[in-house]
Design a protein around this ligand. Structure first.
Ligand code: ADP
Ligand code: MG
Length: 241
């Protein structure tokens, strides 16, 4: 049996001129899991995600993906995709062009690009929107384009940093379900940053609760809810949304 975690952080620390980002971060993520990095603003969620993406290099510790030490590898060598809260779509390109952009850069043949495009648009409910520009879409549709772009990348690991925070409450709820369904259907491993405990509780298999650059508790939503290991966990998980 393969018991090697899909992603592992071993005692990671990151500082900037003495300013603490994160410290003592050790996490094991099984393949196909939906993991939420949860905690208040400034607790180190994005830093942790950026370290995994390779957008930051740790001062201490190591990171492995599928058994390979990626600690100092370039982002493009890590076989992952990312979805940000700001969508990061090109405003002058159509939906189709935005979704296919990365494939074009990687010189994926055109017929394969179109096939993957159609599949991703179908999964995200965007068929028929190929020619629209981002400015002609709602916030929820724009976030779906960003999801479609992550899907066509075809990577087994997808990192998301507060992807719903620019959406209104109703849309947040429906896109939340879309993301969860996609993750299950595609068998993707997702690492998902949020400060919203209801989002983490409803979506995640594993929650990593953080405060001031440290992990306060890691466990299933039930474990954090039923057996909080400290006052912070009890108060944060129990707080009203
Ligand atoms: P979160 O995503 O949980 O809101 P961050 O990971 O963005 O938190 O930030 C964690 C801490 O690291 C904060 O104190 C932040 O100011 C600091 N930090 C993040 N990035 C930088 C940077 N590039 N330079 C200096 N400090 C940073
Ligand atoms: Mg952040």
């Amino acid at each position: 049996m393969n018991t090697e975690p899909f992603v592992s952080f071993d005692n990671i620390a990151k500082r900037w001129n003495g300013q603490l980002g994160v410290e003592n971060i050790s996490i094991d993520i099984p393949e196909g899991a939906f993991v939420a990095l949860l905690g208040p603003s400034g607790c180190g969620k994005s830093t942790t995600l950026r370290l995994l993406a390779g957008l930051e290099i740790p001062d201490e510790g190591s990171i492995r993906i599928e058994g390979t030490d990626v600690t100092e590898m370039a982002p493009s060598a890590r076989n992952l995709s990312m979805v940000f809260q700001s969508y990061a779509l090109f405003p002058h390109l159509s939906v189709a062009e935005n979704v296919m952009f990365g494939m074009k850069v990687r010189k994926v043949p055109k017929d394969e690009r179109l096939k993957k495009l159609e599949n991703a648009l179908r999964i995200t409910g965007l068929l028929g929107y190929e020619e629209r520009k981002p400015g002609e879409l709602s916030g929820g549709q724009r976030q779906r384009v960003a999801l479609a772009r992550a899907i066509v990348a075809g990577q087994p690991l997808c990192l998301m940093d507060e992807p719903l925070s620019n959406l209104d409450a109703k849309l947040r709820h429906s896109v939340r379900k879309d993301i969860k369904k996609l993750q299950k259907d595609l068998g993707m491993t997702v690492v998902y940053v949020t400060h919203d405990q209801t989002e983490a509780m409803s979506m995640a298999d594993l929650i990593i609760l953080m405060k001031d650059g440290h992990i306060m508790q890691a466990g299933t939503p039930q474990e954090l809810y039923n057996i909080p290991q400290n006052t912070f966990a009890a108060e944060f998980i129990g707080a009203p949304p």
